[in-house]
Design a binder for this molecule. Structure first.
Ligand code: CP3
Length: 345
């Protein structure tokens, strides 16, 4: 029996105060993270260096005392490990080459190689389980197939995911072959993380909101459901948190159909809808606007209070509605965590 707050919340318990962690809690807003990055090497080198990746995972835990820790890595290690090279360019973002533009391009993807190349990530997990305080829960993660595919196809981040949406419309069978590869490799990757010691999984579907309903069902709900089925085949009780950002009212069917234990809601979601239509079947996580963490002060605390009083009568995890931005003053994070930890329903 584990007493870790995050596991209790994900099993449906309503707690006097919710567990708190923040998406992207490690990263450039922290001077100690920038110091590690300044040590040379690329961002992906950092993801594949177990000692350094464990160190930057622990930095926000030491500074703020979060209830959960998220493995330091990136959703794009999957294409990189399959042989589609990924690099991160300053002020540009990720560049992936060669682009995967059509069915015949899938031949460059090597799924066997992927599993071997991701071994350093499992080593990071093992180091973290030895180093984390005993009451801090370790979260592993991956990108959802749809979101990862949007980067593989555009060869970069894109505002409207146009290339992926067009491929899915023009050649759904060919596109399904890419999604199926991603389902298999992602499930295997997540299972590897669980074997190494993560206690919860989160699946990031950042661009779920760019799909109309039928495509959302086919390319977001169905692949996520299959990944969770494969994980649960091996680890039946492993809690999975889904994050179909921007899904609006479709959050409801996603929550019910995929098999998630928790649902991470973005800042655009109305909390009465979340309480009445999501929290009855799954644990809710969210949804402070990351920019309120930049603004800080009374505006931040007022909104945190509103979220807590509306959501903490059911199973709930306090988080942002999306990741921390680099402009965030670390002292605002400290103030928010202190506020949540002192809160009593
Ligand atoms: O602390 C954590 O949350 C764990 C680590 C984590 C990172 N990326 C580290 C990172 C996680 C969970 C992610 C997820 C991720 N990565 C997503 C899904 C969630 C989201 O934010 O929408 C996506 C779409 C990516 C892809 C990605 N990685 C982009 C588009 C970028 C460049 C833009 C940016 O913010 O720099 C990254 C780089 C990245 N991933 C950084 C970090 C700390 C910054 C790299 C640096 O140090 O320069």
């Amino acid at each position: 029996m584990s007493q870790k707050l995050l596991l209790r919340a994900l099993s449906g318990e309503v707690l006097p105060r919710p567990p708190v962690w923040l998406m992207r809690q490690a990263g450039r807003y922290l001077p100690e993270y920038r110091a590690v990055r300044a040590g040379g090497g690329s961002f992906l080198d950092l993801c594949y260096s177990p000692e350094l990746a464990a160190e930057v995972t622990l930095q926000p835990i030491r500074r703020f005392g979060f209830d959960a820790s998220i493995l330091f890595s990136d959703i794009l290690v999957i294409p990189d490990a399959m042989g589609q090279g990924v690099r991160f360019e300053e002020n540009v973002g990720p560049i992936l080459s060669p682009r995967i533009e059509k069915y015949s391009d899938l031949a460059i993807l090597n799924t066997e190689k992927a599993v071997k190349r991701l071994a350093p990530v499992y080593e990071t997990v093992r180091l973290l389980r030895k180093q984390l305080p005993s009451d801090v829960c370790l979260i592993g993660f991956a990108g959802a197939p749809w979101t990862v595919a949007t980067y593989m196809i555009a060869g970069a981040g894109s505002r409207d995911q146009m290339a992926a949406r067009l491929w899915a419309y023009r050649d759904p069978e060919g596109f399904a072959a890419l999604i199926n590869i991603l389902v298999r490799v992602t499930a295997e990757y997540l299972i590897g993380q669980v074997r190494a010691g993560v206690e919860v999984l989160q699946i990031f579907d950042t661009w779920a909101g760019s799909l109309p309903e039928p495509e959302f069902r086919r390319w977001c709900i169905a692949p996520t459901k299959e990944i969770i089925r494969l994980v649960h085949q091996e680890f039946p009780d492993m809690p999975v948190i889904g994050f179909p950002k921007g899904a609006g009212p479709l959050y409801q069917d996603y929550s019910i159909e995929t098999g998630v234990a928790g649902i991470s809601v973005d800042p655009s979601m109305a909390l009465k809808f979340v309480r009445d239509h999501l929290q009855s079947s799954v644990t809710v996580q969210g949804n402070l606007d990351p920019l309120l963490l930049v603004a800080g002060g009374a505006a931040m605390l007022r909104e945190a209070e509103r979220i807590l009083s509306l959501m903490n009568n059911g199973p709930f995890i306090f988080n942002l509605g999306h990741g921390i931005v680099p402009e965030t003053p670390p002292e605002n994070v400290g103030e928010l965590v202190k506020f949540i930890k002192q809160w009593q329903s």
